[in-house]
Design a protein around this ligand. Structure first.
Ligand SMILES: CCCCCCCCCCCC/C=C/CC(=O)SCCNC(=O)CCNC(=O)[C@H](O)C(C)(C)COP(=O)(O)OP(=O)(O)OC[C@H]1O[C@@H](n2cnc3c(N)ncnc32)[C@H](O)[C@@H]1OP(=O)(O)O
Length: 265
């Protein structure tokens, strides 16, 4: 699939000022460099378009996004790894600070980087079912970057966030609702999108500029550190990929994911 098709943007059928942004990198929307570049380009285009709101969702029936593509971190080409991390930083900053009203229709699992994308939006509706969402990095033997943590702190309480991050917790849909990691549950993807549209409707009579400036002021503390430390953060990521124990943890995790599949065949 060409990178142009990795993300699609379609106007909502009843309101052409709302963009439905769909990630479609089968099977699980894992965020590789190309998907991140497509998201980054989409966010640039949306920022200069007539759209005033967006709903982020996925074309997969069971996965919103499986997070970062592990293969970008396992035995990586270090130049590509730098570009990968820098693009992830850009996507996060563009989405977290977007002038648009942003909502996530989480139609399946959203671990790690998938949870980051959802938390970067202003509102989350998640389809009920045996899905999970959270920042599970420590369970993989890796450490969520500080700005992932800041993003979680913009969503749930410091205490819940610290326990969730240190334990690598993946929340069930019900647990996520209880701590406020998601705002509402939905019966299916269409219902999740409708709930996002309901959230967006709240701003019907609010002028866009004061709205987005207020949002950005609220979010300024969360982005401050990354903006001041972009290169140091990339260097740390690349340095961290060189640790043998990190590569070993990733290798074990990849085997675990593959053997899980073999068992169910
Ligand atoms: C110690 C020193 C510290 C110094 C600190 C420095 C700080 C540096 C910062 C580093 C931080 C890095 C941050 C990372 C964030 C991330 O996002 S890591 C990714 C985490 N993601 C996951 O854990 C999810 C893994 N996937 C799953 O759990 C499941 O796939 C699913 C629940 C999402 C879906 O399940 P199911 O529908 O049953 O599909 P599967 O059969 O499992 O998968 C299908 C297919 O996709 C492959 N796959 C799944 N996830 C990924 C992925 N994330 N990346 C790449 N590939 C993935 C899976 O292997 C299957 O492949 P095959 O069909 O077998 O080929």
């Amino acid at each position: 699939m060409s990178s142009q098709n990795l993300v699609t943007v379609t106007p909502d059928k009843d309101n052409d000022e709302i963009a439905i942004v769909t990630m479609q990198r089968p099977p699980v929307n894992s965020l590789n460099l190309e998907l991140l570049q497509a998201l980054s380009k989409t966010l640039d285009e949306l920022s200069t378009s007539d759209f005033r709101a967006m709903v982020l969702t996925s074309a997969s029936p069971t996965v919103f996004s499986a997070g970062l593509d592990i293969m970008e971190m396992y035995k990586p080409d270090l130049k590509r790894a730098e570009q990968f991390w820098s693009t992830l930083q850009d996507v996060w900053l563009k989405l977290f600070e977007s002038n648009l009203i942003t909502a996530a229709a989480i139609n399946g699992h959203a671990p790690a980087g998938g949870c980051l994308l959802a938390m970067s939006c202003e509102y989350r509706a998640m389809v009920s079912g045996k899905y999970s969402i959270g920042l599970n990095e420590t369970a993989l033997g890796i450490v969520a970057p500080r700005w992932f943590m800041d993003c979680m702190l913009n969503t749930i309480s410091q205490r819940e966030a610290e326990i969730a991050l240190t334990t690598g917790k993946l929340f069930s849909v019900e647990e996520a609702l209880k701590v406020g990691l998601i705002d509402e549950t939905a019966k299916d993807k269409e219902d999740a999108i409708n709930k996002c549209l309901g959230f967006i409707e709240k701003f019907e009579s609010i002028p866009p500029l004061p709205r987005s400036m207020t949002k950005q002021k609220f979010r300024a503390n969360g982005v401050q550190w990354l903006k001041a430390n972009k290169q140091a953060d990339i260097d740390e990521f690349v340095h961290f990929l060189k640790f043998p124990q990190v590569q070993q943890s990733l290798e074990m995790y990849i085997h675990m994911l593959k053997s899980k599949q073999n068992k169910s065949e």
